[in-house]
Design a protein around this ligand. Structure first.
Ligand code: 23J
Ligand code: MN
Length: 260
């Protein structure tokens, strides 16, 4: 990394040789929130309340008060979010070194599998096949699971709730272990409401991806979109949460820098 690298980055962005892709969903009252079994506390929906809008409360300025859970919309999961990560060093939004918010993206496309099976789980065998085609997932990479789920713009279709709970894709526990321990990734990103499959509350262990990733000090990114605009390899993702003191996660703007 030299000053030339950064000058070239800006030149390439200006010339269209690189582009910035926004991987973020809008955050507002329509943002769906995760539905946990009713024995657990629920996360609130988003509320936005006007403080003033060029009126008697503030004649020349407009601003709002926001209220939402830390895990709402396109958001970041810090290791402290899960009990397995609670005692790790630098495990919260304010203490994770900023360097760890930037990494190369490996995009694993399972859209066709998910189209026929909304409960599809990524397996180590599937990762092996991806690596034969694209090369080994490097240490410090963001692994993004492209499922097409962000095309479900209707909240009911996005949550896909049935009598036996939600149905959405995710990770087999063995795949989470492979990525966290053997590949030493930064974390995983998904298009669904959380980084575990909809049915993961019934898995052993429950919510295996959260359990394994956060126990290994890795991160999560949920409710991503526009993954279809990224190559399998070659993009860089920047995902920096709000610096919430002791925060377990935060909504954030996730951007990718990629060849067009
Ligand atoms: C709390 C409990 C279970 C889950 C989650 C949160 C998330 O998905 C999240 O947003 O981290 S599965
Ligand atoms: Mn979360």
């Amino acid at each position: 990394m030299t000053p030339t690298t950064l000058a070239t980055l800006i030149e390439d962005l200006n010339a269209g040789r690189l582009k910035v892709v926004d991987l973020t969903q809008p955050l507002g009252p329509a943002t769906p929130v995760i539905g946990l079994p009713p024995i657990f506390a629920a996360s609130p929906g988003v509320t936005i309340e006007v403080i003033s809008r060029y009126d008697d409360k503030g004649p020349a300025w407009y601003w709002n008060t926001l209220r939402f859970g830390e895990h709402t919309g396109t958001h970041f999961d810090a290791p402290v979010h899960w009990i397995t990560g609670r005692n790790l060093p630098d495990n919260a939004c304010d203490t994770i070194p900023a360097r760890r918010f930037v990494g190369p993206a490996c995009v694993i496309d399972v859209t066709r599998d998910v189209a026929v099976n909304p409960d599809f789980l990524l397996t180590p065998e599937r990762i092996d096949a991806w690596e034969i085609e694209h090369g080994r997932i490097g240490r410090g990479a963001w692994v993004l699971l492209r499922t097409g789920w962000s095309r479900r713009t209707d909240a009911a279709a996005f949550l896909n709730l049935a009598a036996d709970g939600p149905h959405s894709p995710g990770f087999d526990a063995r795949a989470s272990r492979m990525l966290a321990h053997d590949r030493d990734v930064l974390g995983v990103g998904v298009e669904t409401i959380g980084t575990d499959a909809g049915q993961a509350g019934t898995f052993d262990p429950p919510f295996p991806n959260h359990t394994i990733m956060h126990g290994a000090g890795k991160f999560g990114l949920a409710s991503l979109c526009n993954l279809d605009q990224l190559p399998a390899t070659g993009a860089v993702v920047i995902a920096a949460p709000l610096k919430i003191a002791g925060g377990s996660g935060s909504p954030l703007r996730v951007i990718a820098i990629t060849p067009p």
